[in-house]
Design a protein around this ligand. Structure first.
Ligand code: ADE
Ligand code: ZN
Length: 318
């Protein structure tokens, strides 16, 4: 009987909730800062790691946007995505649907072309190694609807390189309904739709993501469990949740991993998956998320296999 860690290691899986910018390890941050002449408010990588202590989503986002300011050229985006994709492959990830935040780069004068070309080149290399990759462009929800429209329009020439669009960044105060018309336009372009909802925001935001944006998948969705009717809707419509245990712990969505709802989600019949969100910031890639949450809430071998199977069912490659 293989132990749980072996099962986790040996089970092929898809990763559906990974922000490529959230895989920027401090070592690469320093290398790129040096190469690009960007100054960082830290002396060394240990100081960066010590700064990674968050009381909420916004405290993380502030460091996340600051960290990614070292990314400037196509080669930088290639190096970032290539490192993540190699690391994911080592965890037996065989398919990735990768988020990226173009507005966080174009606002600094980086061209969408450099960003997309770098990510695309790393994706091609990954495919040659046997791991499929698709790209999901995320709108920053703390920015305006107009800015989201401008981003969608700028991405139109690259339409064929995109699988879909998503919605991320500061959730509370920026409900999905703010982006109803942008998501409608993205749908008309044939793009698949996902959104972060119910991470810090209320169940109402999950309803809006489903009923107003028409998303096919909810990223996080933890707070959906507060609403029985919403749980029934997610179950009946087989709407996947891309859950991120270590992110939830580090951003205080849960006080303790032992209180993590992943097991409860499975018991409720929800199509839950395990993902890493921003692994360089939250202490682990996908297998570490599986290991830590499995230990904390006592997942069985069957639960691990269900979660891995769910990742393929939930993927747009299915
Ligand atoms: N951007 C990167 N990680 C995020 C998260 N966990 N929630 C919202 N926006 C994000
Ligand atoms: Zn996320």
């Amino acid at each position: 009987m293989p132990n749980l860690n072996e099962v986790i290691r040996n089970t092929p899986k898809a990763e559906l909730h990974i922000h490529v910018e959230g895989s920027l390890e401090p070592e690469m941050m320093f290398d790129l800062a040096r190469r690009n002449g960007v100054s960082l408010p830290y002396g060394d990588v240990d100081e960066v790691r010590r700064a990674y202590s968050f009381r909420n989503l916004q405290e993380f986002l502030d460091l996340y946007y600051e960290g990614m300011s070292v990314l400037r050229t196509e080669d930088d985006f290639f190096a970032l995505a290539d490192a993540y994709l190699r690391r994911a492959a080592a965890d037996n990830v065989v398919h990735v649907e990768m988020f990226f935040d173009p507005q966080a780069h174009t606002a600094r004068g980086v061209s969408l072309r450099a960003l997309m070309d770098g990510l695309e080149r790393a994706s091609d290399c990954s495919r040659e190694r046997g791991v499929s990759v698709s790209l999901i462009l995320c709108f920053l929800r703390h920015l305006t609807e107009t800015e989201a429209f401008e981003t969608l329009e700028a991405a139109e020439p690259c339409r064929d390189r995109l699988l879909g669009v998503g919605l991320d960044s500061s959730e509370v105060g920026h409900p999905p309904s703010k982006f109803a018309r942008v998501f409608e336009a993205a749908r008309d372009m044939g793009l698949r739709l996902v959104a972060h909802a119910g991470e810090e925001g209320p169940p109402e935001y999950v309803w809006e993501a489903l009923d107003i944006l028409g998303v096919e998948r909810i990223d996080h969705g933890n707070r959906a469990l507060e609403d029985d009717a919403l749980v029934a809707r997610l179950r009946e419509d087989r709407i996947p949740l891309t859950v991120c245990p270590l992110s939830n712990l580090e951003l205080r969505v849960v006080d303790d991993l032992a209180a993590h709802p992943i097991k409860r989600m499975l018991d409720l019949g929800l199509l839950a998956t395990v993902n890493s969100d921003d692994p360089a910031y939250f202490g682990g890639y996908i297998n570490e998320n599986f290991r830590r949450v499995a230990e904390a809430v006592d997942l069985s071998t069957d639960d691990i296999q269900t979660l891995a199977r769910n990742s393929f069912t939930a993927s747009f490659a299915a």
